[in-house]
Design a protein around this ligand. Structure first.
Ligand SMILES: NC(=O)c1ccc[n+]([C@@H]2O[C@H](COP(=O)([O-])OP(=O)(O)OC[C@H]3O[C@@H](n4cnc5c(N)ncnc54)[C@H](O)[C@@H]3O)[C@@H](O)[C@H]2O)c1
Length: 248
């Protein structure tokens, strides 16, 4: 499924799942914008794609800051002339036990994961509604589906919130042809899960019927499908990619 002629913005794309998504979308023909708090790493990633002959730009964004979100969108549309696909991937994890979660940790996780996702969706709307096949794909999590095993309840609630706001936005943006979907990955091999011990990871793996931890590329292929014209009536879903750890 070619994405030729499309432009895509991926937040949190300096590494991990976001970088795999940006790479897949670019290889499928989209011009991609890699925005991240770690602007240097995003720039290096974009340079890597450019060296492959693909079209990629990069920049700084802190998704907790609405002014920064606005700057990002102006920069992307200034470079590409339009915006077709937005992937809200930036996120942070914690695994603090429930009785030890502080107010500041709760606020930090909610701000990056839930508030950031919402305000990118809100601020991107004027640009997306001009696209013939506009797409929003929000990165939720298995944890938001079924309460999590190793993740903190701040993370769990933020990801559950992303699933809910995706349901609501899919209806509210449907009259403009904008599809809005979320993806719920299970444990995925990225720098994020390095905060878990080998024991915690072994425990998670033991719960996965397929017996494999997800790779970022598994997630990226699904995003590419949801971003394609083939998915023009697929909206309001929470797409599980988890090796069978949660079905339903
Ligand atoms: N790895 C997993 O097991 C897993 C499972 C389910 C869901 N997810 C979700 O997938 C997404 C990507 O996760 P990952 O594993 O690639 O993580 P990662 O930590 O490897 O990458 C996350 C990226 O987001 C960026 N980022 C963090 N805060 C930001 C902010 N305020 N503004 C802009 N960028 C910011 C980081 O700099 C980093 O480049 C996250 O939303 C995560 O919650 C991951």
């Amino acid at each position: 499924m070619s994405l030729s002629g499309k432009t895509a913005l991926v937040t949190g794309s300096a590494q991990g799942i976001g970088l795999a998504i940006a790479t897949k979308l670019a290889r499928d023909g989209a011009r991609v914008a890699l925005f991240d708090m770690n602007a240097d790493q995003a720039a290096a990633a974009a340079d890597g794609l450019t060296a492959e002959g693909l079209t990629a730009i990069s920049g700084f964004v802190n998704v907790v800051d609405i002014a920064s979100i606005k700057d990002m969108l102006v920069s992307v549309v200034g470079s590409f002339g339009k915006l077709d696909i937005v992937v809200n991937n930036a996120g942070i994890l914690s695994s603090t036990p429930v009785q030890e979660i502080s107010e500041s940790e709760w606020d930090r996780i909610m701000a990056v994961n839930l508030k950031g996702t919402f305000f990118v969706c809100q601020q991107a709307f004027p640009y997306l509604k001009e696209s013939p096949q506009p797409r929003i794909i929000n990165m939720a999590s298995l944890a938001g589906r079924m309460g999590g095993y190793e993740s903190s309840l701040a993370y769990v609630a933020s990801k559950g919130g992303i699933i809910s706001l995706t349901y609501g936005l899919s209806r509210q943006y449907a009259p403009y042809g904008i599809t809005v979907n979320s993806i719920c990955p299970g444990p995925t091999e990225t720098p994020m899960i390095r905060q878990w011990s080998d024991e915690q990871l072994a425990g998670l793996l033991a719960r996965i019927p397929i017996g494999k931890i997800c790779k970022p590329e598994h997630i990226a292929h699904t995003v590419a499908y949801l971003a394609s014209d083939a998915a023009e009536v697929v909206t309001g879903i929470a797409f599980d990619i988890n090796g069978g750890i949660y079905v339903g």
